[in-house]
Write a protein that binds this ligand. Structure first.
Ligand SMILES: Nc1ncnc2c1ncn2[C@@H]1O[C@H](COP(=O)(O)OP(=O)(O)OP(=O)(O)O)[C@@H](O)[C@H]1O
Length: 278
């Protein structure tokens, strides 16, 4: 059994705006080191809420109550004096919609390294930028145009650039929020191939709407339903021998029908047709 790098303990998140929503209800989980954990479940079950609460992204919006705890290594990320930027360096976040900083390709990757001062010379910075662009399989496509704006790359290339930018500060955990859903199939395949390589070296937590993607990429699957943790298991056991009735229905595709009936912005962005057995 691999050690857990990140754990949640009875994590509960409630949105307290006009309408109170208990988005997560006492979720306790362990995210194993150097494994990819996929969070799946029907629309509105709390996947993004869980991911965002893992690096305090909720602090940027009002009306959110958080109870319970999230622990990185042996340190609570909520009961801490550690400044949020330092924390976010340790737990990187790659969003669904890839956005390049308004800087060159080179500077997009160098950005975090410069902020955190993690290089001694320009030559070392050059090496680091190349290293991380290679890690995300982007170097061969951009080595002759490093000074052009990152925004001029294709969406799939920008997503890999975002991954390189996140990795450059050497996070202990990388959070990926539906990182292939805004991409065309070929770009999605390239990002998946990159994640497949990265997961041996990094602890990755990924939200996905695609059961097939979870089957292909994940070591561990977490299944949420209406804000509750229903089941978590290694990927093969999860799909071949689901323990809970709700999981069995979801895996067979019954819950996917409910999911198809639910409208949400992220469904519209999902980029994949809704079908049973996703
Ligand atoms: N900022 C917010 N204010 C109020 N309610 C919210 C907010 N964000 C999410 N919710 C609600 O919290 C619940 C969980 O939402 P969340 O986005 O975490 O689900 P999800 O599983 O990621 O959904 P999807 O698959 O559609 O992206 C939903 O009922 C949603 O409507």
């Amino acid at each position: 059994m691999t050690d857990a790098v990140l754990t949640t303990d009875e994590l509960a998140v409630t949105y307290t705006g006009n309408r109170e929503v208990e988005a997560l209800k006492g979720v306790s989980l362990e995210f194993p080191e150097n494994q990819l954990t996929a969070i799946i479940g029907p629309s509105g079950c709390g996947k993004s809420t869980l991911l965002k609460s893992l690096n305090r992204l909720h602090e940027i919006q009002p009306n959110v109550d958080i109870a319970g705890n999230v622990v990185l290594g042996d340190q609570s990320i909520y009961n801490t004096d550690e400044p949020t930027p330092e924390l976010r360096k340790r737990i990187g976040y790659v969003p669904q919609t890839p956005t390049a900083l308004p800087l060159s390709i080179y500077e997009n990757v160098a950005y975090g390294l410069k902020i955190h001062g993690e290089y001694d010379s320009k030559a070392e910075l050059d090496d680091q930028v190349e290293h991380y662009l290679r890690k995300v399989n982007l170097w061969d496509e951009v080595e002759d145009r490093l000074e052009t704006p990152g925004a001029e790359l294709s969406t799939g290339q920008i997503q890999r650039l975002c991954l390189a930018r996140s990795l450059a500060v050497e996070p202990e955990v990388l959070l990926c929020d539906e990182v292939t859903s805004a991409l065309d199939p070929i770009s999605a395949e390239q990002v998946e191939a990159t994640l497949e390589e990265l997961k041996a070296e990094y602890t990755i937590v990924m939200v996905t709407h695609s059961m097939d993607q979870a089957k292909r990429l994940a070591d561990t699957v977490v299944f949420l339903y209406l804000g509750e943790l229903v089941e978590t298991n290694d990927t093969q056991s999860f799909f071949e021998n689901p323990q809970h009735e709700r999981t069995q229905e979801f895996v067979k595709g019954h819950t996917a029908v409910e999911y198809a009936d639910t409208e949400s912005e992220s469904d519209a962005n999902a980029g994949e047709p809704v079908a049973p057995n996703r």
